[in-house]
Write a protein that binds this ligand. Structure first.
Ligand code: PHE
Length: 442
């Protein structure tokens, strides 16, 4: 414990934290959430929440992590003790839940690499939709890919913080960015794409309801990887010289940048091909192959895209695994490698019902009308992360504010111009607004 690993540089840290944030949340979840919640109005509310509450909670997590140099549970215990480590426990529980279904969806992206390579993803938009439906409802095939993804995640975690994650993020994240831009060029020039651009970019405020806020808030927490301590853990590996405020701004901007690019790619194509924007979790997987079918070298672009998406999912999965492992190794004396293998298996098992809930177990409902996968997502994204965010804000704003002020200014050496605004958001705005959105969503 005395010689914790450290990030190689601030760029390495920012890219790794962005690697955690950018993942399926941006490219799979964001477009279908936007589609279900009315388009432009959702985007507007989403961005407003990201750059106020989201950014502040992220900075709060970085500061807690770096001040304590511990995993989320240990961090609260070191800084204050008493009941606060409960926040860390909630975070570790959220990590288990999220990773279990995340890995199932990431398994789909691996499967789509192979399907692109074998040329089996061809046909009309309608046929592509059917192909996706029959793939995810199969009782065996998606579970094999889910196992493969968890296996790769464990392997990366075993490789260590710096070598494994940092190196992958430095090269592959920029590639994903560039590829998205190339693909947008194709999507927005499809006939009929303007309707999708309009839907995404022109807010229709008459569609805003409590649901819109609730969806935007849960999406912001999920996409920024906040509310559960992943960013506390990453902050704990950061050295004392770097500016936390700038890092948080970079990570939030990169993350929402990728989400907006994904929206610009998927939604115009959805309208051009006549899909239903509120179709839900299949949206990206059905729309993209239809786009690839319309471009020269489509199979190559498709292969590259799903490969990069798998890597983006992997860097997020690793960050979900890290708080679990750090807790059991820092505080429980487990060997980190043993923890990685054992919890890899546990999370794999926990993911199986999520996968089956899209096929043979589709009439098993857990929360309201939701199946297992949707219920896991709901418990984590709509409850655990926002509640975690409220508690993290209160903790930083009221309980350890002085220590946190020191931390974000590197003991006074790096002035932080937004101190007043940040503390005001942590003390009042974030707890009240998040609680209000949560309650009105129930
Ligand atoms: N932010 C990740 C994504 O958008 C998912 C994630 C959530 C990762 C919570 C870590 C913690 O894909």
């Amino acid at each position: 414990m005395n010689s914790r690993e450290e990030w190689g540089s601030r760029l390495g840290f920012v890219l790794a934290a962005a690697g955690s944030a950018v993942g399926l949340g941006n490219i799979w979840k964001f477009p279908y959430m936007t589609g279900q919640h009315g388009g432009g109005a959702f985007l507007l509310i989403y961005l407003a929440l990201v750059f106020t509450i989201g950014l502040s909670v992220m900075l709060a997590e970085f500061a807690i992590g770096r001040a304590a140099q511990r995993n989320p549970i240990g961090a609260f215990a070191t800084l204050k003790g008493k009941l606060w480590p409960v926040v860390g426990f909630m975070g570790v529980a959220a990590a288990f839940i999220i990773l279990s279904f995340y890995s199932v969806v990431a398994g789909w992206t691996i499967a789509y690499i192979f399907k692109m390579a074998s040329g089996s993803l061809v046909g009309s938009a309608d046929e592509l939709g059917k192909a996706f439906g029959s793939f995810i409802s199969d009782p065996v095939e998606p579970i094999i890919y889910h196992a493969l993804f968890m296996g790769i995640t464990v392997a990366v975690v075993l490789g260590g913080v710096q070598k494994g994650i940092e190196r992958a993020c430095k090269i592959l994240m920029p590639m994903l960015f560039v590829l998205l831009i190339v693909l947008i060029g194709r999507a927005i020039t499809l006939p009929g794409a303007e309707k999708g651009l309009e839907f995404f970019l022109l807010p229709d405020l008459s569609k805003v309801t409590a649901e819109t806020f609730n969806g935007a808030l849960s999406q912001a927490f999920f996409s920024l990887s906040i509310g559960m301590g992943a960013m506390i853990t990453y902050g704990s590996y950061l050295n004392k010289k770097e500016s936390l405020g700038k890092s948080a701004l970079w990570v939030s901007s990169l993350d929402s940048g990728v989400a907006v690019l994904a929206g610009l790619l998927i939604l115009p194509a959805v309208f051009a091909f006549g899909f239903d924007p509120s179709a839900g979790p299949g949206l990206t997987f059905i729309t993209l192959p239809a786009v690839f079918a319309q471009m020269p070298g489509g199979a190559f672009f498709g292969l590259l895209f799903f490969s990069l998406l798998t890597v983006a999912a992997l860097t997020s999965a690793v960050s979900l695994m890290q708080p679990i492992i750090a807790f059991f190794s820092d505080d429980k004396g487990w060997h980190p490698k043993a923890a990685a293998v054992i919890f890899g298996v546990v999370i794999f098992l926990l993911g199986i019902p999520s996968s089956l809930s899209l096929g043979v177990w589709s009439d098993v409902h857990i929360i309201r009308e939701k199946g297992f996968l949707d219920s896991m997502d709901y418990i984590a994204s709509n409850i655990l992360l926002p509640v975690g965010g409220i508690l993290i804000s209160l903790f930083v704003g009221w309980v350890v504010a002085d220590k946190m002020k020191e931390e974000v200014t590197n003991k006074g050496e790096a002035p932080f111009p937004f101190m007043g605004a940040w503390l005001f958001i942590c003390r009042f705005v974030a707890p009240v607004a998040v609680a209000w959105i949560l309650v009105s969503g129930l």
